[in-house]
Design a protein around this ligand. Structure first.
Ligand SMILES: [Zn+2]
Ligand SMILES: [Zn+2]
Length: 156
């Protein structure tokens, strides 16, 4: 990966975001930014990002990644989740509102969109809360795990 592929194109960061923050990304930050933005359908741990930087031939230390993720989170570029009490999981913030289905057995995270709780906006208005985006966490079992668990239960 060379310098030019790391340059942020206009579309990489939303205009309003750039205007608001005037943020300039260093090369290291661009590497991490691009990984998150170009894989906005995925969720990453810091370790995942570390191995991605190695795969992209731009190895970056885990401490730099943690520092950068902390900054990105503060700037609102990424969202941090704690799905399973273990390591934090990060995803790019500029994507459609969506919800997470978390399998309690294998830890798989599935995204769905379009499921809006009844009168959510009314309830938010009532408590005077102005939301930017929202995301539900729904815990349960994925198909494979459920099958597996059913087998254990049924066959003792
Ligand atoms: Zn599962
Ligand atoms: Zn997500």
């Amino acid at each position: 990966m060379n310098e030019s592929t790391l340059a942020l194109s206009k579309n990489d960061i939303r205009d309003d975001f750039v205007k608001k923050t005037g943020i300039k990304l260093t090369t290291r930050r661009k590497i991490i930014y691009n990984i998150l933005a170009q894989n906005s359908n995925k969720h990453f741990t810091a370790k995942d990002i570390e191995s991605m930087t190695y795969r992209l031939n731009t190895p970056t230390s885990i401490s730099t990644i943690y520092r950068t993720l902390e900054l990105f989170e503060k700037w609102g570029i990424i969202i941090r989740h704690n799905f399973n009490d273990d390591s934090a999981i990060y995803e790019y913030a500029y994507k459609e509102d969506h919800h997470h289905l978390i399998c309690k057995a294998c830890g798989k995270v599935i995204e769905i969109s379009g499921l809006v709780p009844d009168n959510l906006s009314e309830q938010l208005l009532k408590v005077g809360f102005h939301y930017i985006s929202y995301s539900l966490k729904i815990y349960g079992y994925c198909d494979q795990c459920r099958e597996h668990i059913n087998k254990i239960v049924l066959e003792g």
